[in-house]
Design a protein around this ligand. Structure first.
Ligand code: SF4
Length: 329
């Protein structure tokens, strides 16, 4: 007897080149989860408009580049439903309906809201769309009646809001939506070259589609224990971003050795960074090969996305029928 898998939804915005933070923080997890859950994985292009609405000239190419990155990373269209969010009109339709029943204070109190406006001061994010971002996220999740959503710690308030919206809808119109649970990602925060969270907004990323040489160059820029001026100064690996990557990419024995050598001031940061850069570069060699194969047959990639669109559309339109019935529309 086959056991029905729980359903999962997740998305990533096409806001630029995919980087190690996306890859370690979300995508590796997707690759694993697609084996365990009935997965709907989308390129969330509508979401990217909330912050990039003033400059969309690269959006189309960013979407395709990201599709290549994800497929080359191991997203398998045989195991999951993989599609562009804007190809499914029901996301926008459900977003509109959910926005009718979402109180404004629920949105203004989301911690990331004011923080992000502050963080991206150079952009005008005082918009209706940006405030409603979590409602669009709720629509993305509820449209497929997801039971599980993989999230990092910083997205938990958004998911809690999705649950509140689902409960409110169910309370007003009858049970339509399951209440989704979170799965926390294994590497919630990946550190960028400047020591802050790796993010396109901070310009501190290591793009995964970089050559080994470029990865080594970026690794050499990475900050280390700031108290270590000379090679012989004893270091503190626990506060060093390079060491956080050593723990991911190096063997446990070597990590222990580096820790000891660093604390005794017996290994230079240049050597440590070079070693880390070359390990990261080597780990991405299969990815690069697969990506270039996919790139040489873009028609195949477009077909994968069209198939995903059809599968997603089927589930989305069934949910919207239920939603409209419940609302007596
Ligand atoms: Fe960081 Fe390595 Fe330098 Fe120690 S030796 S401070 S772990 S880069």
């Amino acid at each position: 007897m086959s056991i029905l898998k729980k359903r999962l939804v997740s998305g990533i915005q096409p806001t630029g080149q995919m980087h190690l933070g996306n890859y370690l923080g979300a995508i590796q997890n997707w690759v694993d989860l697609q084996n365990k859950y009935e997965s709907f994985l989308m390129i969330a292009d509508l979401h990217s408009l909330t912050t990039l609405y003033e400059g969309t000239s690269s959006l189309k190419s960013n979407k395709m580049e990201l599709a290549l990155d994800l497929l080359a990373s191991g997203i398998d269209p045989e195991k999951c439903c993989f599609y562009f969010q804007s190809d499914i009109k029901e996301h926008s339709e459900l977003h509109l309906i959910l926005s009718m029943l979402t109180p404004i204070p629920w949105l203004t109190r989301v911690p990331n809201y004011k923080g992000k406006i502050e963080e991206l001061k150079e952009k005008n994010l005082d918009t209706y769309g940006f405030l409603g971002y979590p409602v669009l996220m709720a629509a993305d999740i509820l449209l497929y009646k997801a039971q599980t959503v993989p999230v990092g710690h910083d997205q938990i308030p958004h998911l809690e809001l999705t649950r509140e919206i689902a409960r409110r809808f169910n309370h007003l119109y009858g049970d339509v939506f399951p209440i989704p649970e979170e799965i926390l990602t294994k590497h919630p925060v990946v550190i960028g070259t400047d020591g802050k969270k790796m993010s396109k907004s901070y310009n501190n990323t290591i793009p995964i589609n970089s050559s080994s040489e470029d990865i080594t160059k970026l690794s050499m820029k990475m900050i280390t224990d700031p108290n270590r001026i000379k090679r012989t100064d004893p270091g503190n690996p626990e506060i060093c971003p390079v060491f956080s990557f050593q723990k991911i990419y190096n063997s446990p024995d070597r990590v222990q050795e580096i820790e000891t050598l660093c604390k005794k001031g017996e290994i230079g940061c240049v050597q440590c960074k070079k070693e880390m850069g070359s390990l990261i570069g080597d780990s991405l060699s299969d990815f690069r090969e697969k990506r270039s194969e996919l790139k040489s047959n873009k028609k195949n990639v477009e077909e994968i996305l069209r198939d995903g669109q059809l599968k997603a559309k089927k589930t989305a339109s069934e949910t919207m029928k239920e939603v409209k019935n419940a609302l007596k529309l």
